[in-house]
Design a protein around this ligand. Structure first.
Ligand code: NAP
Length: 239
């Protein structure tokens, strides 16, 4: 893949204030895309924007709380005022919730995890669908987790949400089969982020790859030449 092969593309990235989403957003901008950065923490979005500007890339900061599901319906129409299409949507924002026996998880907390990890992505797809289909090569990547392959004790709310997210992605992929849109899923493996530290507080973060080290795995899925649809890519973990 050559540099700047995403020139002219518009990419929307959720969870772009830190961690994996921030690194993916920077790489998309480095490849020439204009990146719409979504998260709640304005300072984090500004830091990512500074990085993008440092190499001459461009971004739009869109501070949004994805828990506010009804507000998300306005995203597509708002973007349409500035861009005639969206070429790339990275549904990356997510939360872990509480690691606990499923019967101990509080209903409000379970709902929050489902709202962010599943419902916000459904609402974003609804509002972005016309813009993705206006692209000559709409590309959607949802970020899942290895927990869907290993439904183990105490990871209930997170695992259930990611299984549902994968179902959402595969169903939308099937419905896009006769369009220019390709929809795939990426499991990033174990990555050195705030979420990883929350799940494994005793682990030395240095043994895990930095998010910058895994972003290359996203790039074939956003490429015009991507032929995959409804599939899952697994980033190999170091351990
Ligand atoms: N790290 C890993 O080892 C690992 C492994 C498997 C899967 N994943 C998946 O990778 C994705 C990214 O995780 P990460 O490890 O990079 O986590 P992270 O560092 O905790 O980042 C999470 C991102 O989601 C955003 N976010 C959270 N709540 C939000 C809300 N209500 N509205 C808008 N944005 C919100 C955060 O931004 P604000 O707080 O600024 O809003 C932040 O940018 C997640 O889907 C996660 O499940 C990670």
């Amino acid at each position: 893949m050559t540099d700047k092969n995403l020139a002219g593309k518009v990419a929307v990235v959720t969870g772009a204030s830190r961690g994996i989403g921030a690194s993916v957003a920077v790489e998309l901008a480095r490849q020439g895309a204009h990146v719409v950065l979504i998260a709640r923490t304005i300072g984090g979005l500004e830091a990512v924007d500074d990085k993008i500007k440092s190499f001459g890339g461009t971004a739009t900061l869109m501070p949004l709380d994805l828990f506010k599901l009804d507000d998300l319906d306005a995203l597509g129409p708002t973007l349409y005022q500035h861009f005639p299409k969206v070429d790339i949507f990275i549904g990356n924002a997510g939360m872990l919730g509480t690691l606990a026996p499923i019967t101990h998880v509080k209903p409000d907390e379970f709902k929050k995890v489902m709202d962010l990890n599943v419902m916000s992505n459904y609402r974003l797809l609804r509002t972005l669908d016309p813009l993705l289909k206006a692209s000559t090569a709409g590309r959607v990547v949802f970020v899942t987790s290895g927990v869907t392959q290993d439904l183990k004790a105490y990871w209930g709310e997170y695992a259930i949400s990611k299984v549902a997210l994968e179902a959402l992605a595969k169903i939308y992929a099937a419905e896009c089969a006769n369009t220019n849109v390709k929809v795939n899923i990426l499991d990033p493996g174990r990555v050195r982020t705030a979420m990883r530290a929350q799940a494994y507080p005793g682990e030395d973060p240095a043994i895990r790859p930095h998010p910058d080290d895994i972003v290359s795995h996203f790039m074939p899925l956003v490429d015009d030449d991507c032929a995959m649809n409804g599939e899952c890519v697994f980033v190999p973990s170091t351990k």
